[in-house]
Design a protein around this ligand. Structure first.
Ligand code: F6R
Length: 366
């Protein structure tokens, strides 16, 4: 079953280009995007949608956080993202014409189901789920749905479910933008082409595994790590930190890099490796000055950059270049090396990669 791989997590990391291509099959074969991809009622529901509320847990929550940037910047839709276990017990104000979205690999996460039911109890009945399991509770309880086609995910740490969720969310953003008249035909075609190219780009990024294996040795004996990102890559830094925590038991914290000087910079020393998500996007110059702040305090930097980011290796600054900057789709590429880094750090430490202690694959109880 594992084929050439040692663990399900490794297998699932490498399955991602194929999982993404499967998830996008219906989109890739179509010449243009249609709301029907989300269900028969989608045209009407999307037409009245004025804002979005996304509810999810864990890695699926991080996918929601990425989607918020896309939904606001591409589709112009105000978006709120909430941790399901918080939302379900919070007294909140329901806004009219809200599309309530849930994101879940299993479709059976108790808190996410309860959060959806809570939103409905407040009168918000336009619901959409992005889910990897057909006939799951979330699918049954939502009017609209998009099934990711990641295939069964066995490793407890979510990998291919996350990237396929992001691909599905991107399709949703394009459909909403188009219906709202915010997407010119040329831009639609351009973004669809970028989406179709994504599996090949992912394949390229995965080829850096041997370099990451070398880096992983520097993490295995550390107690604490910091992950930095900005903008749409801040949730990617959060996801990288979650992966490291859950399978290596090394304490990892993610910060939006601009927030460093508001506290966490005090932690930085030579014993706390700092992982940096450094795509060549509009925030790169800001990020570079954040990195200098870390370096000046003796922090060792492990930077995942784009080929065109132009950060050079020097004392205490290690750099792996992925591919040329992928624009809006960049988060889907930048999470891959973080998954690999956690996997290889766990191997060096000898932890149970596929079944980390204290965790279950599907959290069906509160
Ligand atoms: C982390 C992980 C969990 C799940 C979370 C939600 O690697 O797997 O954080 O993402 O328990 O699960 P689903 O997506 O099934 O609702």
């Amino acid at each position: 079953e594992l084929g050439p791989y040692d663990h399900y997590m490794q297998k699932e990391i490498f399955e991602q280009p194929g999982a993404l291509a499967n998830t996008l099959e219906m989109v890739s074969n179509a010449s243009a995007l249609s709301p029907n991809l989300f269900g028969a009622e989608a045209v009407d529901i999307f037409a009245r949608t004025q804002q979005i509320l996304i509810l999810a847990c864990g890695t699926s929550y991080h996918a929601a956080c990425v989607a918020r940037y896309w939904l606001e910047s591409v589709a112009g839709l105000p978006t709120t993202v909430e941790i399901a276990s918080e939302y379900r017990y919070r007294t909140s104000v329901a806004l009219p014409n809200t599309l309530v979205m849930t994101i879940s690999q299993s479709g059976e996460t108790a808190d996410t189901i309860a959060a959806l039911q809570h939103a409905k109890s407040l009168g918000m009945n336009d619901t959409l789920t992005i889910c990897n399991v057909p006939e799951s509770a979330l699918i049954r309880q939502s009017k609209l749905r998009f099934l990711t086609r990641a295939g069964p995910e066995i490793g407890v740490a979510s990998t291919k479910a996350f990237t396929t969720q992001l691909a599905a969310l991107f399709v949703l953003v394009l459909v909403l933008a188009k219906q709202r008249g915010q997407l010119a035909p040329a831009q639609e075609q351009e973004l669809l082409a970028a989406l179709r190219h994504l599996p090949a780009a992912m394949q390229h990024v995965l080829e850096i595994e041997p370099q990451i294996q070398t880096w992983a040795k520097a993490f295995a004996d550390k107690r604490h790590t910091l992950f930095l990102g900005r903008g749409v890559h801040y949730p990617i830094a959060q996801e990288g930190a979650l992966k490291l925590k859950e399978i290596t038991y090394i304490h990892a914290e993610a910060y939006a890099a601009g927030e460093l000087k508001h506290g966490p910079l005090a932690l930085v020393d030579a014993d706390m490796p700092v992982v940096v998500v450094a795509p060549n996007d509009a925030l790169i110059d800001k990020l570079k000055s954040n990195l200098q702040e870390v370096r000046a305090r003796g922090g060792e930097l492990f930077v995942f950059a784009d080929r065109d980011t132009h950060i050079s290796e020097e004392d205490g600054v290690h750099v792996i270049n992925l591919v040329d900057h992928a624009g809006l789709l960049s988060p889907i590429l930048h999470v891959l090396p973080l998954q690999l880094l956690s996997y290889h750090a766990a191997l060096v430490k000898g932890t149970d990669v596929d079944k980390p202690r204290n965790l279950a694959k599907s959290v069906t109880v509160e």
